[in-house]
Ligand binder design. Structure first.
Ligand code: C5P
Length: 222
């Protein structure tokens, strides 16, 4: 049982970027590779959890056994997570979700005419916030935070605002970690435990650390 501490539980993980269409051939996106979330999904599955990965556009894939739902936009990611969240005990939101999307999507490719082109953006739904606000006492919600300044204060604030059980914070000030890197250096914030600063490690090792901390918290409460 020690090797499968999450046996009998279900998990949902988001990973990767979202692409928000502008017209049939263009989108607003970001450089997320999805690696951190994918490795967390793999680690949850290895720990025995029945795991669903809601994955934005990337060429990376999860291990066999992780059920992957591929999505493109933030709205599609939200819909997929909202659908499975009620039947899961663990939700880890590691996707780099676009905060805004174009208010309208042009049906045809936008032609190069005017010197200045403007379009308006509208807010996307916040998936982590949805999970935090709708969780019951047997659900664990984990989010990520990428901060550039006043990291600890912003991470603690995010923990509270999103009603999360854990925020994994990457600092932009750590070189050789984070976006597009195989390694990551994080500090984990929880409502009732002091911040836990982990050394620079591979995303695989970090995923194992995060999953064993989740398992520890679940078993402490049981
Ligand atoms: O608010 P902020 O984007 O900084 O929070 C980051 C965390 O929230 C990450 O866990 C990210 O996956 C999640 N998030 C989300 N849906 C959004 C925006 C962020 O799930 N629309």
């Amino acid at each position: 049982a020690k090797e499968k501490p999450l046996a009998g539980l279900s998990a949902v993980v988001t990973a990767g970027p979202t692409y928000e269409p502008i017209d049939p051939v263009r989108f607003i996106g970001n450089h997320s590779s999805g690696l951190m979330g994918i490795t967390i999904a793999n680690a949850l599955h290895a720990a025995g959890a029945q795991t669903t990965l809601v994955l934005g556009p990337t060429h990376l894939t999860a291990n066999v056994g992780v059920e992957t739902i591929k999505v493109t936009t933030a709205q599609q990611m939200f819909d997929a997570v909202a659908g499975v969240f009620p039947s899961t005990q663990i939700a880890v939101m590691a996707a780099a979700v676009a905060d805004y999307r174009p208010a309208t999507v042009a049906h045809q490719k936008i032609k190069k005419q005017v010197d200045e082109l403007e379009f308006s953006l509208v807010k996307n739904p916040d998936i982590l916030l949805h999970c935090g606000m709708n969780k019951s006492s047997n659900q664990w919600v984990v989010g990520f935070a990428l901060e550039t300044n006043d990291e600890a204060a912003h991470a603690m604030d995010k923990l509270r605002r999103k009603n999360a059980d854990m925020i994994v914070m990457n600092s932009m000030q750590d070189k050789g970690a984070g976006f597009g890197s195989a390694n990551n250096k994080v500090t984990i914030f929880e409502p009732e435990a002091g911040p836990l600063s982990l050394p620079l490690m591979t995303k695989q090792d970090l995923a194992k650390e995060i999953v064993s901390l989740i398992a520890k918290r679940i078993h402490e409460k049981a």
